[in-house]
Design a protein around this ligand. Structure first.
Ligand SMILES: *[C@@H]1O[C@H](CO)[C@@H](O)[C@H](O)[C@H]1NC(C)=O
Ligand SMILES: *[C@@H]1O[C@H](CO)[C@@H](O)[C@H](O)[C@H]1NC(C)=O
Ligand SMILES: CC(=O)N[C@H]1CO[C@H](CO)[C@@H](O)[C@@H]1O
Length: 492
């Protein structure tokens, strides 16, 4: 099989990377199989052992064309983003790439003020706009607004259109470019994830430059976020940030049942009436399909089962938790050291309180800087941060395998703790933020920015070892030994 793949890799670069993936995977399997013959070695819950072999990379290629100047560009692109902070981030990222594809001048995007999150903040309130413009100066030209003299000379208001989600670059060249050339100003509305998942490498790397570098929060947001991180680190050498989506609206929308009896069914049912077009869902069916966010209690059980001890410090990033303290108590019982931004920065937080996006940005910073990031959901923030943390050196990121865990949670009382813990570990394999969990090109680019994750030369050395198994076993037994010791120490 390897020989076949190797041959194909002579012809296409793409297959070559698949081959690397396979061989790397094989090495890991061999590694694990030396431990108990069952590919089930424990992993270090705080840090991926393989992260050191990868680094983020998104430099411009050598033949990358310079940015088109405002004077030479094909026109001005106005963008209206949609959704909450993280959905808007994907929109801004794709807006930059679309401007590059069209040789357009990008006007600083407008943020959505009417989403569920209702926030009047503009781009300049959330993101450092000067940095955004200058960081991307070699990619595209960005201006704060369409020049006045231009606006005055326009006979009609700007042409407005809404492109389908995940459109190919050709769609923009065929459908948007002719209008841009004719009208000189085009406005794209409801703009979030509007470019295809797979683009050519230059454009994927541009996505990473925008998302991971050009979009920097404003100074007040950055400073408060960092000081909360410092306060956490002052108390604990390392901490887990847990992002809990457990607001009543969100739970009602999911159609799931969370064990709160008639009271919950009634309350969430009432909220659900707000949306007239929601389909009738079976709560059990949704749970089995892995569509339900974990309860705070379930998140706690998962983390404890994975091996985090009860003295671990947790930072909880969330909106208003449905059921409040009562819902949080079971998590607090499992992890007594729980902190939130409200607890760590009560006074300093006040100016931010009216702005949900700025609050979300502060949580984003703390979650990004945490040693371990865990979520109870698979929403936009979870995806965006999972991708970012891969790029930033595969910092441990734990996302629940809700489909498998749901069965396990419902059978929790039919087994002892050790059996439960072992099964949770097995369920979570492939959901721990390890470098090779996903094949390059699979998944959403924001979650797994494979074009912007490079391997250090040593990783290739390691891959080659697969052809010499005896030596491999000798090498890695040593490593595996110290690893499993680390785990045993960590869980006591
Ligand atoms: C954009 O400009 C480059 C040169 O910088 C040119 O090769 C390309 O064809 C232009 N594309 C469009 C859509 O104008
Ligand atoms: C952790 O659990 C142990 C018993 O297993 C208990 O003695 C200790 O007080 C707990 N620590 C915290 C911080 O609750
Ligand atoms: C040949 C080789 O790289 N062996 C390594 C196996 O792992 C141990 C423990 O980390 C290293 O000390 C060896 O150098």
């Amino acid at each position: 099989m390897l020989f076949g793949l190797g041959l194909i890799s002579l012809f296409t670069g793409h297959m070559a990377s698949d081959l690397e993936w396979y061989s790397h995977r094989l090495v890991r399997r061999t590694l694990y199989s030396t431990l108990d013959g069952n590919y089930r070695a424990p992993i270090d819950v705080w840090k991926s052992q393989y992260s050191q072999y990868y680094y983020g990379c998104c430099e411009r290629g050598r033949r990358y064309a310079p940015a088109v100047s405002e004077r030479m560009s094909n026109g001005y692109l106005l963008i209206g983003t949609s959704g909450g902070l993280n959905q808007q981030r994907t929109g801004i990222t794709d807006a930059v790439v679309v401007a590059r594809i069209l040789n357009a001048t990008l006007v600083v995007p407008e943020l959505d003020h009417h989403s569920f999150w209702k926030d009047d903040s503009d781009f300049v309130h959330i993101f450092d706009v000067d940095w955004f413009i200058s960081y991307l100066a070699k990619d595209i030209t960005i201006v704060r607004r369409v020049p006045d003299k231009f606006m005055r000379s326009m006979e009609k208001p700007p042409y407005t259109m809404r492109v389908p989600r995940k459109s190919e670059p050709d769609y923009y060249l065929d459908q948007v470019l002719p209008i841009l050339l004719r009208r000189q100003v085009v406005q794209l509305t409801k703009f979030d994830y509007r470019l295809a998942n797979n683009l050519d490498e230059d454009l994927q790397k541009l996505r990473c430059r925008v998302n991971f570098h050009a979009l920097r929060f404003t100074k007040p947001i950055q400073e408060l976020g960092q000081s909360i991180v410092m306060r956490m680190h002052k108390m604990a050498h390392r901490f887990i940030a847990v992002h809990l989506r457990f607001e009543s609206d969100m739970l009602a929308f999911s159609g799931c049942y969370f064990g709160g009896g008639e009271k919950e069914r009634h309350e969430l049912g009432e909220i659900r009436k707000r949306w007239t077009t929601l389909p009738d869902l079976s709560p059990d069916g949704e749970r089995r399909r892995g569509k339900c966010p974990l309860t705070p209690h379930e998140v706690g059980l998962m983390l404890r089962a994975l091996g985090f001890s009860n003295d671990t410090y947790l930072y909880v990033a969330s909106g208003e938790i449905y059921g409040g303290d009562e819902t949080m108590q079971p998590l607090r019982d499992l992890f007594p050291n729980i902190y939130t931004k409200e607890m760590l920065a009560e006074e300093e937080l006040k100016p931010f309180l009216p702005f949900s996006s700025r609050l979300a940005a502060i949580d984003y910073i703390v979650c990004d800087e945490s040693d371990v990031f865990a979520t109870n959901n698979n929403g936009n923030m979870a995806k965006i941060l999972a991708g970012r943390r891969r790029y930033m050196g595969h910092k441990r990121t734990i996302r629940p395998n809700a489909k498998k865990l749901s069965t396990l949670f419902s059978a929790r009382h039919q087994m002892d703790w050790d059996t439960f813990a072992k099964k949770v570990k097995a369920c979570q394999r492939g959901f721990m933020g390890e470098p090779d969990e996903m094949r390059p090109g699979r998944g959403e680019f924001h979650e797994f920015p494979s074009s912007c994750v490079c391997k250090r030369p040593y990783a290739d050395e390691l891959s080659k070892e697969v052809y010499r198994p005896p030596k491999l076993v000798a090498i890695n037994l040593t490593k595996a030994d110290s690893l499993s010791n680390g785990i045993r120490r960590g869980s006591t």
